[in-house]
Design a protein around this ligand. Structure first.
Ligand code: COA
Length: 178
């Protein structure tokens, strides 16, 4: 399956919010949050569309200076294992390679499909946040993909080679922990 990768627009909002509820039933982002993303120049939402224009998946990238964070990625259950996430992540890493020093993300320690996806695209595990997730409570694995030489401006990896600081969730802003 070779999906078309396009930026989200206002007309996609309800479909994205609906797929979000399917993929993250316990804690879905609201349609309002996706609407706010449209108005935020530091956030990009990419969609994967099928030949008929149906929404197959989406990915959310936020940036601060030259750091990118993959805040969310999801594919419709009946479209999985067909390269849709591959296509979304390839588009984001191409953007990152051109514009960013690194991409970062957090992922549930038990989310083997997502971890395999990220490793396939060159992300490396660089830390762990204890008890980062609720329902069920679980650690997050922090993963980073660096682009080019380290500029010394980024916090893409723990300076001491150890774990990232484990700030309380309420201090970490609105981005979904992956
Ligand atoms: C993780 C997720 C986005 C993968 O989407 P997908 O479109 O099925 O992934 P792809 O078909 O593009 O697969 C790309 C790579 O990911 C890995 N992968 C994907 N699903 C996998 C699975 N079930 N088991 C093992 N590896 C898997 C593989 O490395 C695969 O490469 P390969 O086909 O060459 O083996 C999808 O399973 C999903 O939406 N999960 C629920 C939401 C979620 O957990 N999102 C991530 C954290 S927020």
């Amino acid at each position: 399956m070779k999906p078309r990768i396009v930026p989200m627009t206002a007309r996609h909002l309800s479909a994205v919010a609906e797929l979000e509820r399917v993929c993250f039933p316990a804690d879905p982002w609201s349609e309002a949050l996706y609407r706010a993303a449209l108005e935020n120049p530091a956030v990009a939402v990419l969609l994967a569309l099928g030949e008929d224009g149906a929404l197959l998946g989406y990915a959310v990238l936020s940036t601060v200076l030259d750091e990118g964070n993959l805040d969310n990625i999801a594919v419709a259950p009946d479209c999985r294992r067909r390269g849709v996430a591959d296509a979304l992540l390839s588009a984001l890493t191409a953007f990152g390679r051109a514009r960013l020093a690194c991409l970062m993300l957090e992922v549930r320690a038990s989310n083997a499909p997502a971890i395999a996806l990220y490793e396939k695209h060159g992300f490396q595990a660089v830390g762990r946040r204890k008890n980062y997730y609720d329902a069920p409570r679980e650690d997050a694995i922090l993963m980073t993909l660096k682009f080019g030489p380290d500029t010394g401006r980024t916090m893409c990896a723990p300076a001491d080679g150890g774990s990232y600081e484990t700030a309380p969730a309420e201090q970490r802003g609105a981005c979904r922990p992956l």
